[in-house]
Design a protein around this ligand. Structure first.
Ligand SMILES: [Zn+2]
Ligand SMILES: [Zn+2]
Ligand SMILES: [Zn+2]
Length: 175
């Protein structure tokens, strides 16, 4: 195993400050539509709205925040409806649930079968989703050595994003 690639590999999505988020949302909506179409599911207005709200920022969104946001857009949305819609989006792999935060995040690679690995910034709350082969490999090893069948993997790493490391100052302070 001596083969080495000199190309830098990027296996993470970028943070909001590093890209055009408008086209990012448009692309996400387009792939969500395609995923639903492929699965023979309808990407209804409600599903699209909830999805857009989850994608509004690259930050985890709590269901009750979604609910209040959604209520301002359309009337008579029951909490159960929102949860059902989130369950649907989660089942289609369009959003992830961050267990430790009890919040939802749009998936950056919905067409790929993957488990969620996340880098969560404690300061600005932005979340980067990692496509980490290394984690998956370790998990397979654990399955083999422990004779344990892993069904659900969520890795949530908390810390400081590059931007917040640079601004390692009191976030409430004046510039
Ligand atoms: Zn974006
Ligand atoms: Zn994902
Ligand atoms: Zn940050």
């Amino acid at each position: 195993m001596t083969a080495q690639s000199s190309r830098p590999t990027t296996d993470a999505t970028t943070f909001a400050c590093e890209h055009n988020h408008t086209s990012c949302i448009e692309e996400a909506l387009e792939s969500a539509r395609m995923v639903c179409e492929k699965e023979g599911e309808r990407f209804t207005d409600l599903r699209r709205q909830v999805f857009e709200l989850v994608w509004a920022e690259h930050k985890p969104v709590k269901a009750y925040d979604l609910l209040s946001e959604l209520s301002s857009q359309r009337s008579g949305v029951a909490p159960a409806t929102v949860y059902r819609t989130l369950d649907f989006l989660q089942a289609q792999g369009l959003v992830h649930k961050l267990e430790s935060l009890n919040a939802y995040l749009g998936c950056s690679q919905p067409k790929q079968d993957h488990q969620g690995h996340f880098l969560i910034c404690e300061s600005c709350e932005e979340v980067r989703e990692l496509e980490s082969k290394a984690f998956s490999k370790s998990i397979s090893e654990i399955e083999n050595t422990q004779n344990f069948q892993v069904k659900n993997i969520t890795v949530e790493l908390f810390g400081l994003c590059a931007k917040c490391q640079d601004q390692n100052v009191d976030p409430t302070g004046n510039l």
